[in-house]
Write a protein that binds this ligand. Structure first.
Ligand code: FE2
Length: 374
């Protein structure tokens, strides 16, 4: 599954080729109910399941799919299980950013050779649909990258999972692929993790934002974006910067109790439809004031979408040299102010909405204020 169509192809410096995001696995307190939320609110289709009924006694996992996006939701049956310990510390959160590779053994060996901390050595699993090889390395916090080699497999997900369908008729909302996944890391550690992606994975540094780009009257953060050669994998890495008050990154680190995935950006070709549906289904978004739209025509120029529609749905818009993009951010999707989603529609632009940073961070600060964490 590729995650982004990029016209720039430069895989020369990749340590190993990556075809795209294979899946994203969340450890959650109640996978059964979380799976219902992603089906009803986000329009994902249930495609596979593994749990006690399929012979796995200690965990239950639900695999959900929409477009090329595949989420896995996992809960544990016992308090002393690693999944339970992870949830106790971090709350619901992203455990695995899995990468689709041609050769998982080679990817693992090369990554470890170049300094990655190994988690699980390559193992080949088999069932009647064929075989899959997986291997894992550690990245920031307790997050893992799992390499998935599935060219010899045509089952619903991985060996051990059984096909399962949604019980209700799901209504997809036009989500296509994972555009980028953002990590929040501890103060002073952004460069270390950027270097990890450069040295270990052969990623290149795409763009740097400093506190002059990303600051409000109160808080600041720094961000660097790394990408693989074909551009299908983009990982922005944030760290807090000194401000008058506590930054949103510090708030995340306090509540996640460590570094972890902050947001997942998912792409749509029709953000007006996607956001209209999400709002109708009760998904909460950050709010930017109406005055934001006063400067849009001058700042962004001509766009296909009606400004009134964007205003009605509170969708943000930005332009770069290559085109424009439309984006909006949900509020956190669990009680802790940690993981949230970005919905993005790219009309040529390959950047990240720098022109929206100020409005966005002020919106987050209003939420922080309500939580008493600013
Ligand atoms: Fe983003």
């Amino acid at each position: 599954m590729d995650t982004l169509t990029s016209n720039k192809t430069n895989t020369q410096q990749d340590t190993f080729p990556i075809n795209g995001t294979d899946h994203i696995e969340f450890y959650v307190g109640n996978a059964k109910q979380a799976a219902h939320y992603y089906q009803t609110a986000f329009g994902f289709e249930l495609v596979a399941y593994r749990g006690p009924e399929t012979g796995t006694r200690d965990t239950a996992s639900y695999v959900l799919q929409q477009g090329k996006i595949r989420f896995v939701l996992t809960s544990a049956m016992h308090p002393d299980h690693e999944v339970s310990r992870h949830i106790l510390q971090h709350g619901d959160g992203v455990k695995v950013l899995a990468l689709w590779v041609d050769d998982a053994t080679e990817a693992f060996n090369k990554a470890v050779e170049r300094g990655a901390k190994p988690c699980k050595a390559p193992v080949t699993m088999e069932d009647s649909y064929g075989q899959v090889t997986v291997a894992s390395i550690h990245t920031y916090g307790e997050t893992l990258h799992t390499f998935v080699e599935r060219s010899q497999y045509d089952g619903p997900f991985l060996p051990g999972f059984q096909a399962r369908k949604s019980l209700m008729k799901t209504q997809p909302i036009g989500l296509k692929y994972v555009d980028h996944c953002v990590g929040n890391v501890e103060l002073g550690r952004m460069n270390e993790w950027v270097k990890f992606y450069q040295d270990v994975m052969g990623f290149k540094l795409l763009v740097t934002f400093d506190d002059k780009d990303i600051s409000t009257d109160y808080t600041a953060l720094m961000s660097k974006v790394v990408s693989n050669g074909n551009g299908y994998i983009k990982f922005p890495i944030n760290e807090p910067a000194a401000g008058k008050k506590k930054s949103q990154i510090e708030e995340y680190l306090d509540y996640y109790h460590g570094a972890g995935v902050q947001h997942i950006a998912v792409a749509t070709d029709d953000i007006i439809f996607t956001v209209d549906e999400l709002r109708r289904r009760g998904v909460e978004f950050l709010y930017v004031p109406e005055t934001y739209y006063d400067s849009v025509p001058e700042r962004v120029g001509e766009i296909k979408e009606e400004l009134d529609e964007l205003k009605r749905l509170n969708i943000l818009v930005d332009r770069d040299e290559e085109g424009y993009l439309l984006q909006i951010f949900t509020k956190p999707v669990q009680d802790r102010p940690t993981v949230f989603y970005e919905i993005i529609q790219r009309e040529g632009a390959r950047s990240f909405g720098k022109g929206n940073f100020k409005a966005l961070f002020e919106a987050i600060e209003r939420e922080q204020e309500l939580r008493g964490t600013l």
